[in-house]
Design a protein around this ligand. Structure first.
Ligand code: IMP
Ligand code: MG
Length: 175
């Protein structure tokens, strides 16, 4: 049976929030460049839209990580599937993520990236689910704080589906 999806944030709401985040980041990084590190695959849609709204010079790189576990639960054990193409030496790095949930992925990743000689490492996430946090993670930019619901769209998937939805929706799983 098809999963039922209800809209949480419309395409207009998401895009307008990303525009605001881009403006904020442009102000905060004034006079500098920002190196966006997008986390595949979920953050790709957000990273592209955000990059277009930043007015200071932007460079982009991507990495892919997975945390062992099933499709809706994270295990805390993180594996790098594809590392960055370029070194981070001296760069102002802004990690771009789709969602911070338990914090397991980001706590590992920020720790890993901070050891690579960058000038700074900050974190920007489209969605933040603080109720589910297991590991403390400092989030510098948050698009939306959301309740403990499983969401899809705008890059986020359920079993690799629904990434292409232009809005963010809550998926009501068939149980
Ligand atoms: P963590 O639990 O903070 O480590 O999040 C790990 C990953 O789980 C995120 O980067 C997402 O890819 C995925 N994830 C967590 N919550 C959701 C959700 O509500 N929808 C889709 N993916 C999610
Ligand atoms: Mg992700």
């Amino acid at each position: 049976m098809a999963d039922k999806i209800s809209v949480l944030f419309s395409e207009e709401e998401v895009n307008s929030r990303i525009r605001e985040m881009g403006e904020q980041i442009s102000r905060d990084y004034a006079g500098r460049s920002v190196h966006l590190v997008g986390i595949l695959k979920g953050a790709t849609f957000f990273a592209c839209e955000l990059a277009k709204r930043i007015t200071v010079p932007v460079t982009l790189d991507f990495m892919s990580v997975s945390s062992y576990g099933n499709s809706t639960e994270s295990s805390g054990v993180v594996k790098i599937n594809k590392d960055l193409d370029e070194p981070l030496d001296g760069r102002d790095v802004l990690v771009v993520e789709d969602i911070v949930d338990t914090g397991n992925t980001l706590s590992y990743l920020l720790d890993n990236l901070q050891k690579r000689g960058s000038a700074s490492v900050k974190l920007c996430t489209l969605l933040n689910k603080p109720d589910r946090r297991i590991k403390d993670v400092k989030v510098d930019y948050t698009g939306f704080i959301i309740p403990d619901e499983f969401v899809v769209g705008y890059g986020l998937d359920y079993a690799q589906k629904y990434r292409n939805l232009p809005y963010i929706g809550i998926v009501h799983l068939d149980k």
